[in-house]
Design a protein around this ligand. Structure first.
Ligand SMILES: [Fe+2]
Length: 252
């Protein structure tokens, strides 16, 4: 089975549309999202509606669950006080600009999804989707996490050798195999932080043989998103951040 895994769209509709067109071209059996549909970007309702319209299932990111429950903040991590300030502005803007219908969809997203690539009627590899880790959608599973950390994560999720655990949240793509379990960070569609502004997602091949991961990057109309951010009451810094691939809050 070939799965497209798309994460951290963050209300960036042009990025989502470019990725959906690319998925159409590469041809997959199914597409799943890994959460953080909203936040930072100017199209929260349109992004959620696009996924609902295409019946793309997925899980709740921290932004989705905090918006749906009206939590006090988005559960995001900040590297400095300015980032924290901007993050609060983004959360307030998103709360004010999400419809009741959007919040209903976000509130209905499950925390994790288990997929049996060869069907539940036969033994075979399981693909598990979480946003952060097995306990919280706010935990950052970064590339520098130890093998012990990943092993504990896999065990807690019930993963066995040959299985795949996929997650997002850090906006930086990477993968590693620990004790036969493949850990795959899918990167971010709408807000990459690895210095590459293009929308990122993963095509995962999983079935009878070894799993294979293809990291794809797709160009999109980043100027359209940047201009919409600048025209909105969202902080202009978010436009610079997108254009720089998550490396600068200042114009580059
Ligand atoms: Fe995110």
């Amino acid at each position: 089975m070939r799965y497209a895994l798309i994460s951290d769209i963050h209300a960036n509709l042009p990025a989502l549309n470019a990725v959906l067109a690319d998925i159409e071209a590469v041809d997959v059996d199914a597409t799943y999202h890994l959460g953080d549909l909203v936040g930072y970007g100017p199209w929260p309702n349109e992004t959620v509606a696009a996924l609902v319209e295409r019946a793309i299932p997925g899980i709740a990111g921290n932004y989705d669950s905090t918006v749906a429950t009206g939590y006090k903040h988005c559960g995001c991590r900040y590297e400095d006080p300015r980032q924290e300030e901007l993050s609060h502005e983004s959360f307030a803007w998103t709360l004010a600009h999400t419809s009741r219908q959007t919040r209903r969809v976000l509130g209905g997203l499950p925390f994790r999804i288990d997929i049996r690539a060869l069907g539940g009627h036969t033994a075979g590899p399981t693909l598990t989707l979480v946003h952060g880790n097995q306990a919280l959608n706010t935990v950052y599973v970064t590339e520098d996490r130890s093998d012990e950390f990943l092993n504990a994560m896999g065990s807690a999720l019930g993963a066995r050798s040959g299985d795949v655990v996929a997650f997002g949240h850090t906006h930086k793509p990477w993968e590693r195999v620990v004790n036969g379990v493949r850990f795959v960070n899918t990167g971010s569609v709408g807000r990459p932080k690895d210095g590459d502004w293009r929308a990122g997602y993963v095509v995962l091949d999983i079935g009878a043989g070894a799993a294979h991961v293809e990291y794809r990057r797709v160009e999109y109309d980043v100027d359209r998103t940047a201009e919409a951010i600048i025209e909105s009451a969202l902080p202009d810094e978010f436009a610079h951040y997108l254009r720089s691939g998550g490396t600068s809050l200042a114009p580059v």
